[in-house]
Design a protein around this ligand. Structure first.
Ligand code: PLP
Length: 462
């Protein structure tokens, strides 16, 4: 399987090169040259597999340049960081099935992808004799999942910038209590946007980037998508049957990453995956895109589901490529137009296609909190605010007689303030979070100044 760019500007490359490249060098996103499909007999063989074995089978369709025994080792090591034997278990709650994606070390679904990505980086760097300095800015969640993905790994240092005293205490402690020598937490005296601007400056400084082999952690790495395809297949096989009856999925979405993994999974399994319900919070750009063909950015509005407070969906271009019939020239033209105007419009047959691929619904703040409250009252089960957005949209689009899976992207204790506002009670902290308060922590507080951060990285790079 080879990989190409949505903008057509690179020669096809193998998976391992695509992982190390991250963003395509022509500014596009990497995709497999064709999306794999599987036949009914293979699906029946997969049905009884445990999660790690299923993950090897699914990943093997996308990766042919890592020996199967090595891939198996990497997958099993990645699954071992999860505290549930099923890795992503399903919990039946009333009319829907909650797919719990939060059993990883930082209690959020980004662990599923970043545990694997960290192991892949370490493996590939060992093979090449290379090294990597990962630099990223976080508003909370991605930073800790990335740190846990690479802590203690050979040949990798990681530098994560977060806004000083502007992330939640739990998020801050999740990052700063990791004391491995290759982890550098930097609290900048500024905002998340300042942090992002600094990181962008560093990546645009090509001599600096090359000298230190800078690596990124954002959601555009293809390995992250492919790791997420696995749990769609797992849930569809657990709830579907050999006649191929469909299972619907509701997916809380920000960067279009998780829902795009669902799109790939549906290409793989065909009609065994039914509706993909794209759920948004008040930042409902993607819902307007699906319902009205209107993809136009506006101001970000802060909500109780901050990991979805996004206006520029970084994985959108991958879907656009398929919407354009896999035409890179058309995709490049449209993305360039979007960069200039901040707006794209879709009508006619293209809008029909979009609406065949996705259903969508958005939840405002009142609906999100009401969903947390009602779900707890009816089922005794606590949803985090991101998951609640998905459950609200899922129930609004539910089809009688079709199993509905709602992706649970974070543990409710990570968003205690919203859960308390909804239910009147703070969530009980699981041991992994309760212990954070007593742990030693380490963090440098630095000025929000590109020169200062550059110097710091220069001195501590591997
Ligand atoms: C990142 C994140 C999302 C959104 O995922 P995308 O891949 O950006 O669509 C949803 N919920 C939580 C808790 C997240 O951390």
């Amino acid at each position: 399987m080879r990989y190409l760019s949505t903008r057509g500007g690179i020669a096809p490359i193998p998976f391992t090169e695509a992982v190390m490249m991250g963003l395509a060098t022509d500014g596009g996103l990497l995709l497999p040259e064709r999306l794999p499909t599987v036949d009914a007999a293979t699906i029946e063989q997969w049905r009884g597999l445990a999660y790690p074995d299923l993950a090897c089978a699914v990943l093997g369709l996308f990766i042919d340049d890592i020996p199967a025994a090595d891939l198996e080792r990497l997958v099993k090591r990645s699954c071992a960081g999860f505290d549930h034997p099923e890795v992503t278990p399903l919990a039946r709650q009333g009319e829907c099935h909650i797919l719990e994606l939060f059993h990883g070390p930082t209690l959020a679904f980004k662990d599923v992808a970043l545990q694997l990505l960290g192991n892949l980086f370490e493996y590939l760097l060992a093979a090449s004799g290379g090294r990597m300095n990962i630099v990223g800015a976080t508003s909370g969640d991605t930073g800790s999942a990335a740190i846990y993905g690479v802590r203690g790994k050979e040949r990798i240092n990681i530098f994560i910038l977060h806004p000083h005293q502007r992330v939640s205490p739990i998020q801050e402690r999740q990052m700063t209590t990791v004391l491995d020598a290759n982890v550098f937490n930097i609290a900048i005296k500024g905002t998340f946007d300042d942090g992002q601007a600094i990181v962008k400056r560093l990546f645009n400084d090509i001599p600096f980037k090359e000298k230190h082999q800078l690596g990124a952690i954002n959601s555009i790495n293809w390995a992250r998508i492919v790791a997420q395809v696995v749990y769609y297949v797992y849930a569809a096989l657990r709830l579907g049957d050999e006649r191929g009856t469909p299972v619907d999925f509701a997916v809380p979405t920000g960067n279009f990453g998780d829902i795009f993994a669902g799109f790939v999974a549906r290409r793989l399994l065909g009609e065994r995956i039914g509706q993909l319900i794209l759920a948004t919070n008040e930042n409902n750009l993607l819902t307007r895109f699906v319902l009205a063909g209107d993809y136009s950015v506006s101001q970000v509005r802060p909500t109780s589901s901050p990991s979805m407070d996004i206006q520029l969906a970084s994985n959108f271009e991958r879907y656009l490529y398929y919407l354009n019939g896999e035409d890179p020239a058309a995709t490049r033209r449209e993305m360039e137009g979007f960069a200039a105007t901040g707006k794209l419009s879709f009508a006619g047959e293209r809008l029909t296609r979009i609406q065949a691929d996705f259903a969508s619904h958005s939840a405002d703040e009142a609906a999100t909190l009401a969903t947390i409250r009602d779900f707890k009252a009816r089922h005794g089960y606590l949803l985090d605010p991101h998951t609640a957005v998905g459950v609200y949209a899922g129930l609004a689009c539910r089809r009688e007689g079709v199993p509905l899976v709602c992706l649970a992207t974070a543990h409710p204790a990570k968003f205690a303030a919203a859960v308390e506002a909804a239910t009147g009670q703070p969530p009980v902290l699981p041991p992994a979070l309760a212990q954070l308060a007593d742990k030693e922590s380490r963090c440098r507080v630095l000025a929000a100044d590109p020169g200062v951060i550059r110097d710091f990285i220069e001195r501590h790079a591997i």
